[in-house]
Design a binder for this molecule. Structure first.
Ligand code: HEM
Length: 409
């Protein structure tokens, strides 16, 4: 069978949906990174994929993805007790008071930024939101930033670069590696300084927690791994800027959405945010290794082979969503969100499995920011608003530029 690693890079988001489209059972055999692979999708396949007796994460993620997106030895790469012990550090992020705390830190930063945008000529929302989120999440997490030295803007650029360059072999990838190298060094020093008393970490902060966190063997995280995991909170929070630009895109193409959001119905706002996360492309698929010889719906893969969960394909599966390529928040008012149906941030349980522990934070932030964006008046100049599904991660090509920003009186 032909190895499909290259088509995965070239075809982008349509690769697995294209393959699975030829197989109505939602399972197909392929080959990636020199290994036989099973591609699956659907809520039952999610449960199969997240069963630790079937699929492990150790050894599954390619080095270039770890050197850019997640960091080596990150929680994403662990299994069993080691994973559960590391995940403990992230679980407080699921709590409602933590989510509210982050939102309360980001909103004033956003409101200040809006005042600046109203006197600026043109603002690119993707970039501007990345800076707002960096400043807000660092204040919340207890990470010091030297504003005078432009550290917020530098960090925002590096965090965006790490996400932007994980799935390409070109210059974007090397930019991502350099960005990760710089920030891992800086965050490692910060952890060492907190532990030695040279720097302070506010009580109860994410920074204090990572410095004190212990592995399954009772040892403190080594400073580099602590830096990697601290970045695994800061970086994806800043990546919410992708969804902010997508929100602006949705409001532009369907101006009636702006009116609905301005109406202030919280159920509609929640539905709108779910639809942004379902409809727009971000995580293309997830991968693990078969722990033993496996078979799903009659299709088998040997132990050590890959199992791929088609995230983008499942979020656009006709059977699950009816009209998957229509942006229609009402679908989430008609039908409650099922745990393993809507999977832009993974499936299963965040406490026991690998599902994203930041899903509540993402939803909380986006609800607040979508409402604020919908509450603004602005002009949308001519620009390239296309979103190429060949580029992983996809993004609004222009970043979504706006002009004449006004807060309506
Ligand atoms: C895992 C998506 C925001 C922290 C994941 C996974 C996806 C994902 C697809 C993989 C799930 C799996 O491997 O089964 C996203 C998207 C976000 C986002 C699209 C929005 C921009 C966040 C935030 C945080 C976060 C805000 C933390 C503050 C993590 C961590 C993991 C993870 C630590 C690894 C969990 C584990 O392996 O146990 N995320 N995420 N993410 N996410 Fe997020």
């Amino acid at each position: 069978m032909i190895d499909r690693s290259l088509p995965a890079l070239v075809q982008g988001y349509s690769w697995l949906p294209g393959l699975l489209g030829e197989h109505p059972d939602g399972v197909a055999r392929t080959r990636v990174m020199g290994k036989p692979a099973l591609a699956v999708r659907g809520p039952e396949a999610v449960r199969f994929f997240y069963d630790e007796h079937n699929v492990q994460r150790g050894g599954a993620l390619p080095g270039p993805v770890l050197s850019t997106l997640f960091g080596h030895d990150a929680v994403h790469t662990l299994d069993g007790d080691a994973h559960r012990a590391r995940k403990e550090f992230f679980l407080p992020l699921l709590q409602a008071d933590r989510i509210a705390g982050l939102v309360e830190h980001v909103i004033p930063v956003w409101d200040d930024a809006v005042r600046e945008w109203s006197t600026a000529g043109q603002v690119v929302l993707f970039d501007a939101a990345s800076v707002v989120l960096t400043r807000g999440v660092c204040r919340w997490a207890g990470v010091p930033l030297d504003e005078g030295a432009g550290e917020t803007e530098h960090l925002a650029r590096d965090l965006v670069a790490m996400v932007d360059g994980f799935a390409t072999a070109g210059p974007r990838h090397w930019r991502a590696r350099r960005a990760r190298g710089r920030q891992e060094e800086r965050f490692t020093r910060l952890v060492e300084d907190v532990r030695s008393g040279r720097a302070a970490a506010p009580e109860g902060s994410v920074l204090a927690a990572v410095c004190r966190h212990r592995e399954a063997n009772g040892e403190l995280l080594d400073p580099h791994t602590a830096a990697v995991e601290l970045l695994n909170v800061i970086r994806p929070t800043v990546a919410v800027c992708w969804f902010v630009a997508y929100t602006a895109h949705a409001l532009h193409l369907q101006p009636n959405q702006r009116e609905r959001l301005r109406g202030g119905d919280s159920a509609y706002t929640a539905a709108f945010v779910h639809e942004v996360r379902r409809f727009y492309p971000f995580a293309p698929f997830l991968g693990g290794l078969a722990v033993r010889d496996l078979s799903w719906r009659g299709v088998s893969v040997p132990a050590g082979g890959m199992v791929l969960l088609d995230v983008f394909g499942q979020n656009h599966d006709e059977e699950l969503w009816g009209d998957p390529y229509v942006f229609r928040p009402e679908r989430f008012l008609e039908h409650a969100v099922e745990r393993d149906e809507l999977i832009p941030q993974g499936g299963g349980e965040p406490r026991t499995g690998h599902r994203c522990p930041g899903e509540g934070l993402t939803i909380g932030l986006l609800e607040a920011l979508a409402l604020r964006l919908a509450g603004l008046d602005y002009t949308v100049p001519d620009q390239d608003l296309r979103i190429s599904l060949r580029r992983i991660p996809a993004r609004v090509r222009s970043g979504f530029a706006v002009r004449d920003v006004r807060v309506p009186s």
